[in-house]
Design a protein around this ligand. Sequence first.
Ligand SMILES: Cc1cc2nc3c(=O)[nH]c(=O)nc-3n(C[C@H](O)[C@H](O)[C@H](O)COP(=O)(O)OP(=O)(O)OC[C@H]3O[C@@H](n4cnc5c(N)ncnc54)[C@H](O)[C@@H]3O)c2cc1C
Length: 301
Amino acid sequence: MDDCIIIGAGPAGLTAAIYLARFHLSIRLFDCGSSRAALIPRSHNHAGYPAGIAGKDLLQRMLAQAELYGAVREEARVDAITSNGENFEVRVGDRVMPARAVLLATGVVNHRPDMDDALHDAALTRGLLRYCPICDGYEVTDKRVGVVGTGDHGMQEALFLRGYTADVTVIAPGAAHDLDEDCRRALDDAGIAHVDGPCGGWAIEGTRLAVDTAAGRMAFDSIYPALGSDIRSDLAVAAGARATEDGCLEVDAHQRTSVPGLYAAGDVVKGLDQISNAMGQAGVAATTIRNDLTKRKPLRR
Ligand SMILES: Cc1cc2nc3c(=O)[nH]c(=O)nc-3n(C[C@H](O)[C@H](O)[C@H](O)COP(=O)(O)OP(=O)(O)OC[C@H]3O[C@@H](n4cnc5c(N)ncnc54)[C@H](O)[C@@H]3O)c2cc1C
């Protein structure tokens, strides 16, 4: 039986793999190859890389570091986790693997605007499409910025970006905005334009990303979708873990979920969706796993 099975090899899962392998614990690491970090063309807010680092390079470095200590990343999707109150069974296809502890580091998936994948990826690579104002709002300082979204979420994203540029427009993804009086007033007070959709006719035009709106065709230096996310907490929730209404896992200060022996770290947990936070939570989770396991079976060489 393995000491811990880690589900997800993004920044959270890989950090945990490095820690747990260096604690001399036996681990397995499963990943189905869809880390949000792999979408980052170049991160400039991740500490320690003054020239920035591409998300895929960061993941590769972290995996290489985990492998130094014997961790192996297996490309596979975990289908289910079950707990018998003490240990777990983790199902991958028709294999069932026992483990003393499980760490869920499965992240989230952003909802994308309705555009074809090739255009989406090209726009993302060029910074014409961006998903994380906290990460890269700095890069749009004084640029012409669009936010595709509506309601409170769209308004909050636009207000955040207003801290970087005076030229922000919120575009409704569907036909009409769903903005109550307070939202409209907040946008108006901040000098943020709001135009109805539906968004369509996406295309890269010169150095800008252009989109059709009810107010005509508009082009932006960068557009941020604010369309919400799917939280990949379903495995843990099915195993009995408590989650918020939107699906984020609830954990204690040591990254323990409400299911004994099941831990969570990174974007799947309620909190700041950032690499640094994913790494920090994973360090805490891994150390807690080690210490909790030691109470059950002393670790000795
Ligand atoms: C375009 C973009 C730019 C960003 N820029 C920055 C930035 O500059 N700085 C920053 O700090 N953050 C940035 N972020 C956010 C950052 O990518 C995330 O906060 C970070 O990746 C979270 O790490 P994680 O390990 O929790 O999840 P992820 O990196 O998403 O990894 C989760 C992993 O779990 C795996 N998985 C899920 N379900 C299963 C399953 N059932 N079985 C097996 N494997 C599974 C997935 O395949 C995935 O590899 C950006 C995000 C995007 C989309």
